[in-house]
Ligand binder design. Structure first.
Ligand code: SF4
Length: 596
């Protein structure tokens, strides 16, 4: 092993392709945290995103061959366990001396399974890897017995066994900030969740106590990421707003530092309040995800989801007031599910009016209470995970439910929600806080929502045939609050597609009042003016953009219509030079002249 051991931390591919990849596409933050801890301990560490390379085993092999690490660490969730075992096999094939360690939620809950079924695996880090992983690597390097390192699972003489338990990291501020070395989008203020939902693996992984970073430490990470150009961030805490005073301090710190970031968070409906949400919105929060799970009280109780219906109604109303997009998660196929409970969920949705909702079949994952109950009831062993399935569907264990019924519930929920969604979106502006000081933020909220209908997920949804019309109305509502650039450009271009150039000119000109010199708005306005035959005015919006070949081509067109062949040729030559990356022609590369 090198004097400075090189550790490759791999995020392996998942079993199945997904429609919504936003929750799984990114390398988990824990991987970067461990990489930073390794660097701080004097090791060398690289993060390899093999999820992004899925379907390209040769590219993965080549990456590993070139790097030739001393240690390979693999982040194991649940659905990437085969990818993890493939990575271990590949690493050992390339270098029989390489050490292989697994970590993460999946590895922690199925450590014995992996040690039994993956012969290339040397050790499993249980729980948080920040302290355990560097100690393990150093033990291997020194030729010491890793059995002395707490927080591990190893192969013992009598089979898989664990070393002494390692207590969770008490002082999160003592950990290095990974953004000093790496670029990523996810970060967290806390570790752990006080909830005990039966379907969730978080409580078992993080331990019973929630730990917090200081606001300054957290915002330092945000600032470092922003400096690396990452201005859209995912705050991945299980319940970000658990300590609301701390969250308000975070928000004040973001604003005091003038960070131009937008971020989304996860919370519980009983952990938000008016004042905190107001500050979160001002500090750049654009979306919060809430697990509502079911409209039926008894089902939420059966899942041990300790939130009340009125909490959900209140939390969603507050998010609507502050222009934070509240995303709702629901689970169906739960114990006691019926047509009536599905109707109750749809009734709750009608009350919450979420602008995004996701519906999942209740699944049983290792590391959850449901899984322990399932094993106790059926006598099943962890070896069931040798089957290439991502999870076990709960309804398969319930004699009162079958696939057809559960699938019909899923359809009823999704179709019911989609039928309500246009109404929710079009009413979104009515619930916003009327305080004029918030008009700019509200316009931003409505413009983003408009984009979702114009170009995002809803634009591609065949069940929302009027998505473009909804987008146009949302953009128009946004502009009533503030001349937002996104809204003006979105609506201005839609009007051009409808050949309503006069209205397009008015919309884009309005946008420019709030965003003077905005390049996109100026060019779009010039095009609308050209279509109205007002070439002189169009020229005035094009000439500032001498570095934009498209603007210069439009300028040439204007000059052609105005009968200025010399200026037309000059603008065209300028555009051509820009497209070819050459200096623009003319004396000193001067831009084409404005005016008619
Ligand atoms: S589902 Fe959410 S609230 Fe429940 S235990 Fe998991 S992280 Fe906590």
């Amino acid at each position: 092993m090198r004097e400075k051991p090189l550790v490759a931390l791999i995020y392996p591919p998942w079993l199945e392709e997904r429609t919504h990849t936003e929750d799984v596409a990114c390398v988990p933050i824990g991987t970067y945290a461990v990489a930073a801890a390794l660097l701080a301990a004097g090791c060398d560490a690289r993060v390899l995103d093999w999820h992004a390379l899925r379907g390209q085993p040769e590219a993965m092999r080549e990456e590993l061959r070139t790097l030739a690490p001393d240690v390979v660490g693999v982040t194991v969730l649940q659905a990437n366990r085969f990818g993890a075992m493939d990575a271990a096999r590949m690493a050992r094939e390339l270098d029989p001396e390489v050490r292989v360690v697994f970590g993460g939620v999946g590895a922690t809950s199925l450590w014995a399974f992996f040690l039994e079924h993956c012969p290339e695996l040397d050790a499993v880090v249980l729980g948080e890897g920040d302290l355990t992983t560097p100690e393990l690597v150093r033990a291997w390097q020194a030729g010491a017995d890793p059995a002395a390192v707490p927080g591990l699972a190893l192969r013992g003489p009598d089979g898989p066994t664990t070393t002494a338990p390692r207590p969770p990291v008490a002082d999160l501020d003592s950990l290095p900030i990974a953004a000093r070395h790496f670029t990523y989008q996810h970060l967290a203020l806390t570790r752990g969740c006080p909830g005990r939902c039966t379907f969730c693996g978080s409580p078992a992984f993080w331990g019973p106590r929630v730990r917090f970073r200081s606001p300054g430490h957290f915002v330092d990470e945000m600032e470092l990421l922003a400096a690396r150009g990452v201005t859209h961030l995912y705050v991945s805490d299980d319940t970000f707003t658990l300590d609301r005073e701390r969250v308000r301090a975070v928000c004040r710190e973001i604003m005091a530092r003038g960070l131009e970031v937008e971020w989304q968070a996860i919370s519980r409906v009983n952990a938000v309040d008016d004042q905190t949400l107001a500050l979160m919105r001002q500090a750049g929060c654009i979306q919060i995800s809430f697990g509502v799970e079911s409209g039926d009280d008894a089902i939420r109780q059966a899942l041990n989801k300790n939130v009340r219906r009125e909490d959900a109604v209140r939390a969603f109303a507050l998010c609507r007031k502050h222009g934070i997009l509240a995303r709702a998660y629901f689970i169906y196929g739960c114990p006691g599910e019926s047509d009536a409970t599905i109707r109750a969920t749809l009734e709750l949705i009608a009350e919450l009016r979420p602008l995004v909702a996701h519906f999942f079949i209740l699944s049983v994952f290792p590391g959850t209470e449901l899984y322990e109950r399932f094993k106790a009831a059926t006598g099943a062993a962890d070896s069931i995970w040798l089957d290439p399935v991502e999870d076990i569907k709960h309804f398969e264990l319930d004699p009162d439910q079958d696939l057809d019924t559960v699938a019909a519930w899923g359809r009823a929920l999704r179709e019911g929600y989609r039928a309500m969604l246009p109404g929710f979106a079009l009413a979104a502006a009515d619930d916003l806080d009327p305080d004029p000081a918030l008009a700019r933020l509200h316009a931003d909220f409505l413009a983003r929502l408009g984009m979702t209908f114009e170009r995002g997920d809803y634009a591609r949804d065949p069940h929302l045939p009027n998505a473009q019309d909804i987008a146009a109305r949302l953009y128009a509502r946004a502009l009533e609050f503030h001349p937002d650039a996104t809204a003006a450009l979105g609506l201005g271009l839609m009007l051009q597609r409808r050949r309503d150039y006069g209205a397009s000119v008015r919309t884009l000109a309005l946008g420019l009042t709030g965003n003077p010199g905005h390049e996109g708005l100026s060019l779009a306005l010039a095009v609308a003016l050209m279509n109205c035959g007002d070439f002189e005015r169009a020229i005035s919006f094009l000439t500032p953009f001498t570095g934009n070949p498209q603007a210069m081509e439009y300028l040439a067109l204007c000059h052609r219509h105005l009968g200025h062949p010399g200026r037309e040729a000059q603008a065209l030559a300028h555009a051509r030079a820009l497209r070819q990356g050459r200096p623009a022609p003319g004396p000193g590369g001067a831009p084409p002249e404005p005016g008619g």
